[in-house]
Design a protein around this ligand. Structure first.
Ligand code: GDP
Ligand code: ZN
Length: 291
């Protein structure tokens, strides 16, 4: 058995595929440890031509969690770019966008808002709505996955990207346009994994070129935020960050307190109401419930 380093290119329940020195290995983990994710760099112990055991993961640049009813699961590691896909049809959910931007800020990952289905006339009014996010400093790129995905290419270059967004927005269409032969490339091992019983959470890392990678996790609508602390939320709102420390009470809930800098900014129009409401909802969600 030899030790070497590799990257998890597919996670599927408790099984992982690791790419290492030009080979792929079907890997298990030691004991019950399964907190590895697609994108993780890991030390493996090679057992034979096809199999290895994951010993440990190396330091992660970032971690993204899947939103789950009963617990928080890691979905991808070392992502550097989140592409939030939104379209005028079906009806877009702005809450989901707001929450995704928080996940990106908290993970120190660069988000881009991808407005898909630009061929639909309804797109114009969506773009007006999204102007708020442009003013907050977020990049917004408009395209039609069915016509041309070229506007995405410079945003993907040099990054490890992941698409997220409501179902029906065009994530699979975009992925297929970028990776037309992806299914053929991942090969037999993935077929073997797919036939396994753990089919709920899976993610695959594809190489777009030597420096650019795409982690595909079909059906990914939302990232988990449960690992965040309520008191730190304002850090993840770019328009609130300059006001940190300016509320009268250090543990201000920005809801009822006198001399709340955030509510004052909202009253003056400097902070948009819907963003304050998002902050308040997340604060409630993340605060330990009082007995
Ligand atoms: P997902 O659920 O986010 O993966 O969305 P899909 O990729 O399955 O796309 C949902 C629907 O939107 C499909 O019927 C696609 O054909 C359609 N769609 C995707 N991209 C475009 C586009 O650029 N323009 C239009 N008009 N429809 C699109
Ligand atoms: Zn306050």
């Amino acid at each position: 058995m030899t030790g070497q380093t590799g990257q998890i290119i597919r996670s599927h329940g408790r099984r992982f595929i690791v790419e290492s020195e030009g080979q792929v290995y079907d890997c298990t983990t030691r004991g019950k440890r399964v907190d590895f994710a697609c994108g993780d760099w890991v030390d493996i112990l090679v057992q034979n031509k096809e199999q290895a055991v994951i010993e440990r993961s190396q330091e992660r640049r970032s971690l993204l969690y899947r939103q789950d009813d009963w617990k928080t699961k890691v979905i991808a590691a070392n992502v550097t770019r989140i592409l939030f896909v939104i379209a005028a049809v079906p009806s877009p959910n702005e809450e989901l966008l707001g929450r995704c931007l928080i996940a990106a800020e908290a993970g120190d990952i660069d988000p881009v808002i991808v407005v898909n289905k630009a061929d639909l006339p309804e797109t114009a009014s969506l773009l007006l709505k999204l102007d708020l996010y442009r003013r907050l400093g977020y990049q917004v790129v408009t395209l039609s996955a069915k016509q041309d995905v070229a506007p995405l290419l410079p945003l993907l270059q040099g990054q490890t990207s992941v698409f997220v967004g409501q179902s029906g927005m065009g994530k699979s269409t975009l992925t297929n346009a970028l990776l037309p032969d992806a299914n053929a490339r991942i090969g037999d091992i993935s077929t073997a994994l797919d036939s396994g019983r753990h089919t709920t959470t899976h993610a695959t890392l594809y190489h777009l070129n030597a420096d650019s990678h795409l982690i595909d996790s079909p059906g990914l609508q939302e990232f988990g935020l449960k690992h965040l602390k309520a008191a730190e939320l304002t850090r993840y709102f770019p328009e609130m960050r300059p006001l940190i420390g300016q509320c009268r009470f250090h543990n201000c809930s920005h809801r009822v307190e006198p001399n709340c800098a955030i509510m004052t900014a909202c009253e003056s129009g400097a902070i948009v109401k819907s963003r304050l409401s998002l902050l308040q909802r997340l604060t409630d969600e993340l605060s330990p419930s009082k007995p």
